[in-house]
Design a protein around this ligand. Structure first.
Ligand SMILES: [Fe+2]
Ligand SMILES: [Fe+2]
Length: 188
């Protein structure tokens, strides 16, 4: 098994534990990580980024949320620490590890990207929200208890904030799909 398969297996195992302990049976893989993983690879091919670094960054970017380590607001920092330990346990080379850690640390906005690989993971993290709109409804209704009359405004703000956080180049290529999604989901 190569390192990407090993990390995928590790992350899925942790996700199963998260799922069993969550009230809404939240499946982090099928609702989010899977989409970040796929979208980041598309962007990596489009932008010529290192595929292995991007794949590992995508798989590990929310590991602190999955393992419930620290506050959500610091999950990029705690995630970096956890990802270092995990990759070390698989004897992954130091130089490549640092590049994966950069993806984890900078994943919270396409505008924080320090390099192409960071950018692919950060932008994919945002696009993944648009791939998994039922997950957003679950958040709104089951976790935040937002009422039906407020959910449209809440989602509109999520969409706008997300779109704003994309890097300029991905914003441009995602523009048309974004418009169609807003049109259908928000009725605009
Ligand atoms: Fe995150
Ligand atoms: Fe994420």
């Amino acid at each position: 098994m190569d390192i990407v398969d090993l990390i995928e297996k590790y992350v899925k195992k942790e996700i199963e534990i998260y799922k069993q302990n969550s009230e809404d049976n939240y499946d982090f893989w099928n609702e989010h990580i899977k989409y970040v993983y796929l979208e980041s690879q598309k962007l990596a091919c489009q932008y010529g980024a290192d595929l292995e670094i991007v794949k590992l960054g995508a798989l590990l970017h929310d590991i602190a949320l999955i393992r419930k380590v620290g506050d959500k607001k610091d999950h990029h920092i705690n995630g970096e620490m956890l990802a270092r330990e995990i990759l070390k346990s698989y004897n992954y080379p130091e130089e490549k590890t640092n590049r994966v850690l950069s993806c984890v640390h900078n994943h919270r906005s396409g505008k924080n990207a320090a390099n192409l690989e960071d950018l692919c993971v950060a932008d994919a993290d945002i696009i993944a929200h648009f791939d998994s709109i039922p997950m957003l409804f679950n958040l709104a209704y089951n976790r935040f208890h937002i009422g039906l009359n407020e959910v449209r405004d809440w989602m509109k703000k999520c969409f706008e904030d997300d779109y704003e956080d994309l890097s300029d180049r991905t914003k441009e290529s995602f523009k048309e799909k974004y418009r169609v999604i807003c049109d259908i989901v928000l009725g605009e």
